[in-house]
Design a protein around this ligand. Structure first.
Ligand SMILES: Nc1ncnc2c1ncn2[C@@H]1O[C@H](COP(=O)(O)OP(=O)(O)OP(=O)(O)O)[C@@H](O)[C@H]1O
Length: 328
């Protein structure tokens, strides 16, 4: 591996299945030590990108470079990648240690060396004390950590994770999200993470690439992307509730950042369309000139704003104008 080479470079990757263009001309880079989340709705081509990097799909066009090495023509086993897929099939009859040591053994490490590499990987995921157990004697979250240790034991410059938390319940997911973030910070490897879960991407990744229908439609530092979606479709996909067709400019949309809305005195008097209690207070929808405007109110704000009408100001300077690409 060349010192300055990115952990992964994808150049012009394309892949069709019959008439379906699953991936069209995708180019991405993941630097060493960086986590990039590939985020998008079901069917947008995320897994096809990941599987092409892993060598499990053969792209129609484009190049895959891992640590500066062109692996496009290599079979999966020659790419030396760390993979964690949704169904993290562990060998049920092998101990945790042997499951993790299996990869290094297969690549020719001696038994003691493979065990050593496996122990280091298990220490990273916090499972050292369970190395003698069988997978069935672990919780779902612990099994997923074994799968992760197995990927780490490859010592690959690139880890590929496909929805690694999707089979876990919410509590475990949030625990592991936290653990993984710390873990990724300690690794020198690049991490490519595929997810359809916005929170997961925001929590785990330095950078996020949003995919739609086979293309990357926006890429950027995770927090920037969530704060400044480039289009109306991206905004809605990232969970923005107040996305309106521009009243004057056709083909454009206006995004209302909820943090910019000022409640109370001096504002415009708006009719309340609906109110609903939420975990954190209340969600109200108001008849705003742009369209139905939905806000989350804290219990204190909700108490101060009871009744059928509410005063608020949406400073026009805070509105974001973006192309409206929600159709098609
Ligand atoms: N082996 C295949 N044969 C035919 N079509 C496929 C195949 N694999 C994927 N596709 C199609 O390619 C498109 C992209 O699929 P892909 O699995 O990459 O999407 P995804 O974003 O990972 O979706 P999900 O989040 O549901 O896994 C979809 O339309 C899918 O139906």
């Amino acid at each position: 591996m060349t010192a300055a080479a990115p952990a992964l470079s994808l150049r012009g990757l394309s892949k069709a299945f019959g008439a379906v263009q699953a991936v069209g001309d995708v180019s991405l880079e993941v630097q060493a030590g960086e986590t990039l989340a590939l985020l998008g709705p079901s069917g947008c081509g995320k897994s096809t990108v990941l599987r092409s990097v892993a060598g499990l799909e053969r792209p129609d066009a484009g190049q895959v470079l891992v640590g500066g090495r062109d692996v496009t023509a290599l079979p999966p086993e020659a790419r030396h990648l760390g993979l964690v897929f949704q169904d993290y099939a562990l060998f049920p009859h092998l101990s945790v240690l042997d499951n993790v040591a299996y990869g290094p053994r297969r690549r020719g490490s001696s038994r003691p060396d493979a065990a050593q590499q496996a122990r280091e990987a298990l220490a990273l995921v916090g499972l050292s004390e369970h190395e003698r157990r069988l997978p069935a004697q672990l919780s779902g979250g612990q099994q997923q950590r074994v799968a992760l240790a197995r990927a780490l034991a490859t010592r690959s410059p690139l880890l590929l994770l496909d929805e690694p938390l999707s089979n876990l319940d919410e509590k475990l997911r949030s625990e592991l999200r936290h653990d993984l973030r710390g873990l990724f910070g300690q690794l020198g490897a690049g991490v490519l993470l595929v997810t359809h879960d916005q929170r997961e991407a925001l929590a785990l990744a330095h950078r996020v690439a949003v995919m739609r229908a086979g293309h990357v439609v926006q890429e950027g530092a995770a927090a920037d992307l969530f704060a400044r979606p480039a289009t109306a479709w991206v905004a809605e996909f990232l969970g923005w509730t107040n996305v309106f067709a521009h009243p004057q400019v056709s083909g454009q949309a206006l995004l209302v950042p909820e943090s910019a809305v000022q409640l109370g005195a001096g504002g415009e008097l708006l009719r309340v369309l609906s109110r609903q209690r939420s975990e954190t207070g209340e969600t109200v929808t108001l008849a705003h000139p742009l369209g139905p405007l939905t806000l989350s109110l804290s219990p204190r704000e909700a108490a101060a704003a009871s009744g059928d009408e509410l005063r608020l100001t949406v400073p026009s300077a805070a509105l974001l104008q973006v192309p409206d690409d929600r159709e098609g």
